[in-house]
Write a protein that binds this ligand. Structure first.
Ligand code: SAH
Ligand code: SF4
Ligand code: F3S
Length: 472
């Protein structure tokens, strides 16, 4: 795979660092999207810290405000416009530099709207131009002329940008970018470009470095992780095998070997690509959590077909059965959309049926949101808002009942918990997660942070469990 030269980006970082030295400048970043966006934000933070900006969460204090936007659903847009209204006054008062990046900037109608209604921004950049950010910022600092730096390209893999992670125990590592699936409701393939994987060596070395820095949990990220390297193989794009890694299954096995790492998770796999070698790797690798996110989207074969998901209700249930058989103590979570165009009561019942049968650990539920440019938006049989909301509430009720029931079953059990740090809501408590990704709070000393400890679960609450350390 050809690597993109980032020399000019690193030079711009150095030039800005010199200009900013000793000035005590601050930046704020607002990340509005998925974990891939958060990972991009960590790179933006890495660059800004090297440019001698320090982070603040108080927008008013910031000299530079960066928005990393999402456009997967409409509410992500509302959030951006709301915040832009707020930062306008800081711009007027103290000349704060406003940069807007992320997926939404790939949508032409949005950039037009920004120019018309929020013309005070300084830089607009997209997910393909993250590496341009310091170059654009340098131009702004020197010349103050608004820059639009959006590329309408398939996307490239960029290695070597600085990164500043928020967490010290858990780290996410992007293994691929883009998506080729074109589910008919989804905007991601249009804004993130074509699917492309990172070289095995770059991923393995990044995880090794993270282990050295003391990270314990790795989240492998991509829009379709279980097709890692598939496009490259199909297109005969040369890549270098490294430590036997030439697929997602072999990548899991290689990361599992890395000393110091205690847990490995990944999102999101696609059910259509869940091959046996991946199931076997999950089963065999002791560090790979037996908790898998398996997006369903709909339980109706008819709707799945129109969604272009390439599996039926029955195939999904068979896959779940096969996984449950092969992987002891497997837990599952999922994503579901209600109210996709043409969804009948019967279709919705099928979704409830799958939820009933699979008994998920966690369900992320979304009301269908029309996205400009997707096939779903052009469909005529859109579902009335009221029906969508009614179905959403019904699904939510089922899911919450299932979770409450499951929580009860946790009480009295012994769970292995990776301790992540102090509880955010109660400073005197520690917090961690089970293999199945449930939050557990406990009393204990700070030196447990980063360790996996055995806990007895003593009580349950809707969104967390309480545990006590098992002695001996
Ligand atoms: N690549 C991942 C996730 C992509 S976006 C996957 O395939 O699973 C995360 C979730 O947002 C999706 O799983 C889907 O449930 C939801 N989503 C995507 N587009 C949506 C839309 N137009 N309306 C409502 N929910 C949507
Ligand atoms: Fe969107 Fe489907 Fe790609 Fe996921 S797999 S990002 S839902 S198009
Ligand atoms: Fe949103 Fe882009 Fe992620 S659209 S969900 S931030 S890939």
């Amino acid at each position: 795979m050809t690597k993109i030269d980032i020399k000019s980006s690193l030079e711009a970082i150095q030039k800005i660092a010199k200009i900013n030295a000793g000035k005590d400048l601050k930046y704020s970043i607002l990340t509005m999207g998925c974990q891939l966006n958060e990972n991009d934000s960590e790179k933006l933070c890495g660059m800004m810290e090297e440019m001698n900006y320090t982070k603040t969460d108080v927008l008013k204090e910031a000299d530079l405000i960066v928005f990393n936007t999402c456009c997967v659903r409409e509410n992500a847009e509302d959030k951006l416009f709301g915040k832009l209204g707020e930062v306008k006054k800081y711009k007027e008062e103290k000349g704060t530099i406003i940069a807007i990046g992320g997926c939404m900037m790939q949508e032409k109608h949005i950039v037009e709207k920004l120019k018309q209604s929020y013309p005070f921004f300084d830089i607009v950049f997209g997910p393909h131009t993250t590496k341009q950010f310091p170059i654009d910022l340098y131009e702004i600092i020197c010349h103050r002329k608004r820059i639009e730096d959006i590329l309408d390209i398939d996307g490239e893999i960029i290695e070597g940008l600085p990164i500043k992670r928020d967490d010290t125990i858990k780290a996410s590592v992007a293994i691929m970018n883009g998506c080729n699936n074109f589910c008919s409701y989804c905007i991601v393939p249009y804004v993130r470009g074509r699917e492309r994987s990172r070289e095995p060596k770059d991923i393995i070395e990044e995880v090794r470095e993270l282990a050295k820095q003391g990270y314990k949990e790795i989240m492998l990220l991509g829009q379709n992780v279980n097709s890692y390297l598939r496009v490259e193989k199909e297109k005969h794009t040369p890549f270098e095998e490294y430590e036997g890694v030439n697929s997602f299954a072999t990548l899991l096995r290689a990361v599992n070997q890395i000393e110091g790492i205690k847990r490995i998770r990944f999102i999101s796999p696609h059910p259509k690509d869940f091959t046996d070698d991946v199931i076997e790797a999950i089963r065999d690798c002791d560090k790979v959590c037996k908790s898998i996110h398996l997006p369903l989207q709909s339980g109706s074969s008819n709707i799945l077909k129109v969604m272009n998901r390439k599996y039926t209700k029955e195939q999904y249930l068979e896959l779940v059965e096969k996984m449950k058989q092969s992987i002891p103590n497997l837990t599952l979570s999922t994503d579901i959309i209600v109210g996709f165009p043409g969804e009948t009561e019967k279709d919705f019942e099928d979704t409830l049926d799958v939820v009933q049968k699979v008994n998920y650990e966690q369900v992320y539920m979304f009301i269908y949101s029309r996205r400009v440019g997707t096939p779903g938006d052009k469909m005529e049989n859109q579902i009335p808002e009221e029906t969508k909301h009614k179905r959403f509430d019904k699904l939510k009720e089922l899911v919450e009942n299932q979770i409450a029931e499951k929580n009860k079953q946790y009480v009295g059990s012994i769970q292995e918990i990776l301790i992540e740090g102090k509880s955010k809501t109660n400073e005197t408590m520690l917090t961690g997660r089970t293999d199945s990704n449930k939050v557990v709070v406990l009393e204990g000393s700070n030196d447990l942070v980063g360790q996996v400890v055995s806990l007895k679960i003593v009580s349950e609450h809707m969104w967390y469990l309480k545990g006590e350390i098992v002695n001996g």
